[in-house]
Design a protein around this ligand. Sequence first.
Ligand code: SIN
Ligand code: MN
Length: 263
Amino acid sequence: MNLTPTQLERFERDGFLILPKLFSAAEVAVLLRELPALFADDTPANFREKSSGVVRTAMGLHLRNAVFSRLVRHPRLIGPATQIAGDRLYVQQVKVNVKAAFGGEAWQWHYDFATHRGEDGSPEPLALNLHVFLDDVTEFNGPLYFIPGSHRHGPAPSALDTTTTSYPLWCVGNDTVTKLVAEGGIVAAKGPAGTGLVFGDCMVHGSPPNMSPWPRRIFSLIVNPVANALTRFQRPDFQHHRDLTPIVPLADDCLLGASRAAE
Ligand code: SIN
Ligand code: MN
């Protein structure tokens, strides 16, 4: 699947793009079926919320599960990513951010390149974050908030926060957020399960806690050009994978169809 010129322009302008109906209900069901076993694994790749202990994010999924190993090569994700960032992309990070009903905690204001540079020595903010909503995402269950246009300001000042949540994150201060929001406002990325989302490495974003009875599970694949690979190796592989083999997309029916049955 290809992004239209209008979609590409919108991505350039806003720094993010929502892709309605990217995956079908049947495809989402195939992905959801795999989650309970993955969340039950006792592994450092599953981060748990500070207060409730429920899974906050489950990482390295393409190496732990055959269905997610296909999803990271899905042409509906890799096609748009290739249009934006070129065709030699490697899998940098693969996860489901869980945001559990009643227990899912906030993701502070941040942009991903602060962590990619600060932890992994990524040279340039060229990575792309590709999301698939696995639940309906509404104003109630902790949607991502974006500051449209914040990516055009380049990397904002940021600092490593290791205390607010269980996941260490390079975060942007309130003064910077206030200035960026005065210019760009805030948009909540909402949509039914199956919605896709693309955003770049300098997009300032975050999400509030989930105090609703509805879970908010979102699949996230970060891809990065091979030429922009990590230069520091202090974080575990599941936070920034070392395999720089360029992604080769599978067939469009790889989650449901004959190509899956043949495996
Ligand atoms: C992230 O920024 O990677 C997580 C945001 C979220 O899942 O709400
Ligand atoms: Mn992020």
